[in-house]
Design a protein around this ligand. Sequence first.
Ligand code: PGA
Length: 243
Amino acid sequence: MRRNIVAANWKMHFGINEAENVAERMVEIIKNKTEVIVCPPFVFLDRLSRVFSDSLIKLGAQNMYFEEKGAFTGEISPIMLKSVGCEYVILGHSERRHIFGESDIDIHKKVVSAIEHDLKPILCVGETLAQRKDGKAKDVVERQVIAALDGVDLSSVVVAYEPVWAIGTGVPADLDTINEMHTFIRGLVEDVPVLYGGSVKDKNAFELAHIDDVDGFLVGSASLDADVFKKIIDEFERAKGVN
Ligand code: PGA
């Protein structure tokens, strides 16, 4: 179902005390209507699930393995994520694809397993700069979406369009590109929420949220500060006319 979502991807940041402080500040100030999800590192999930328990903020993980249990040293299963209160899981983030070599097949298995275990996948897709320069942006994104979601019930799926060349640079993709890519993705997944990610900040959230097919954001570095993150949600709601 198409709906507004703003999600925080904390990546590999913070120690437990800092994570808890930021989470507590979020609980104090975030009272928005938009669905808000925070995805901390695995080791903070259990503690933060308690911090978020009486709040509007939902908990997500940044990755998972597709098996339920077994000899998979260093991996985390969907059952474990559910047991510590996760509702969402980010899958196929470009850092997983490019640094850790995750393939479309791996990501498909993870999406299927997440849904089987009642976790809502936030599937990340996006082209590299070289692929964009080669005129292959849409082909790449189409392949990633179709491979990951083949045969999947889309009712709990969220897609995040994150052009690799806009992540962590401080400069988001231009509005025309985002508009074009989101409309394209919308054609593939219809009323699945499609978030934009890649250098979303409090200063650009308003103009980015004006794009009709942008249903929300996946925010990296600007989500590490609770007040900045709250401002992004406020700016998103202002642009969408949520009050
Ligand atoms: P960024 O990261 O907001 O720091 O660019 C976004 C992401 O990778 O999800």
